[in-house]
Design a binder for this molecule. Structure first.
Ligand SMILES: C[S@@+](CC[C@H](N)C(=O)[O-])C[C@H]1O[C@@H](n2cnc3c(N)ncnc32)[C@H](O)[C@@H]1O
Length: 344
């Protein structure tokens, strides 16, 4: 998934920086003896990479759609039958479209007569999404699929629908004309199924609360860097995941998000929240991804982390995310920092 702040292209940098830090600190344990926590997990690519290396992983995100994806990516390892999964995907692809919540609110035909005629999906794809989403819930309620299959199907649906969205990249706006990829008929494609021995646990909580009741060895923090709230940028994926008929408003059909608003996106609050996080973290090694244009300055980060032990940082150039405001951006590169604390 094309996700703001995804660390997909930085995985090698993260892995080598973590490995160097462990080595420099004389760490003798192997990955299978250690717990790696990724508590702003987003798409889960970082969690998945460390899981593949054998770490037990704790992943978390405040958004439910991210939780769904991570439940599949991390907790379904070795628990799904590939043949049965392929059959379920086939079955869902044959489901009839339904004029449900997505159709009635997020496609042009379904919003006829309403104040805002939205064009996030074609009529066909919006109906297909509703038909499949209802079918998955129905199968689960009837006991025809277990929890692992439920999260596999839901995660695959979220990931598939994202490919047909008529947006520049995020759901903060839709395009006035249907772009080419949005015009194609939606087809549900299966997310890959992983096979590892690692033990993983996924949460859907505000990190500031979760941090007081989880512990481990390596804590990876990848908070939002700026004032843009993820919940407004990905509201439609959240609604497909929850399918809870929310009250929506405005041109883009936003759902209420007070309980998902992140203090890490608020200039006047982020430093205090970060300081609390570091204070409460029961992990020896703490890594923070942040860039040189984030809400917290490097000096502030260093000051906060240094209080609790040995501090250093690693750096890497990073291509600017394409949804970033290109008109305001002076360069297409940002410097990606990986701040590192070895707690006393
Ligand atoms: C930079 S993204 C993480 C990207 C992720 N590392 C990846 O590669 O996909 C930041 C994530 O933090 C989540 N988030 C923001 N505030 C949070 C909070 N208070 N508690 C938990 N998650 C939060 C957002 O929903 C978003 O998915």
């Amino acid at each position: 998934m094309n996700y703001i702040g995804s660390k997909y292209s930085l995985i090698n940098f993260l892995k080598s920086s973590v490995a160097k830090t462990l080595e420099q600190n004389g760490e003798t344990r192997t990955p299978s003896e250690m717990v790696f926590a990724d508590l702003f997990a987003g798409t889960g690519v970082v969690s998945a990479a460390f899981m593949q290396d054998g770490y037990s992983v704790i992943a978390n995100d405040i958004q439910y759609f991210s939780y769904v994806i991570n439940k599949h990516v991390l907790e379904n390892s070795g628990k799904l039958d590939e043949g049965a999964c392929a059959q379920l995907i086939d079955e869902l692809n044959k489901v009839d479209g339904v004029e449900g919540f997505i159709y009635k609110n997020y496609c042009y035909e379904g919003t006829e007569g309403q104040e805002h005629r939205r064009m996030y999906f074609t009529e066909h794809n919006a109906k297909k999404c509703d038909g499949m989403r209802l079918a998955v819930e129905d199968m689960h309620n009837k006991g025809d699929i277990n929890d692992n299959e439920y999260f596999f199907l839901l995660a695959s649906l979220i990931n598939s629908m994202d490919k047909y969205a008529n947006t520049a990249s995020v759901y903060g706006a839709y395009l006035k004309q249907l772009k080419k990829s949005a015009q194609s008929e939606m087809k549900l494609t299966a997310l890959p199924i992983t096979h590892t021995q690692a033990q993983c646990q996924v949460y859907n909580e505000d990190i500031s609360k979760l941090i007081t009741h989880v512990s481990g060895d390596i804590l990876y923090l990848d908070p939002p860097y700026n004032a843009r709230q993820y919940c407004t940028n990905y509201h439609l994926l959240e609604t497909i995941a929850r399918y809870d008929n929310p009250t929506i408003y405005g041109k883009t059909g936003l759902r209420e998000y007070a309980d998902q608003k992140s203090v890490f996106c608020i200039k006047g609050q982020v430093e205090k929240a970060f300081a609390e996080l570091i204070k409460n973290a029961q992990f020896k090694y703490i890594f923070l991804s942040y860039n040189n244009e984030g809400l917290m300055s490097c000096d502030a980060i260093e000051r906060i982390m240094k209080k609790y032990g040995k501090y250093k940082y690693f750096i890497q150039d990073h291509r600017r995310y394409k949804a970033d405001n290109a008109r305001e951006a002076k360069t297409d590169k940002t410097v990606e920092f990986l701040h590192c604390l070895v707690k006393k």
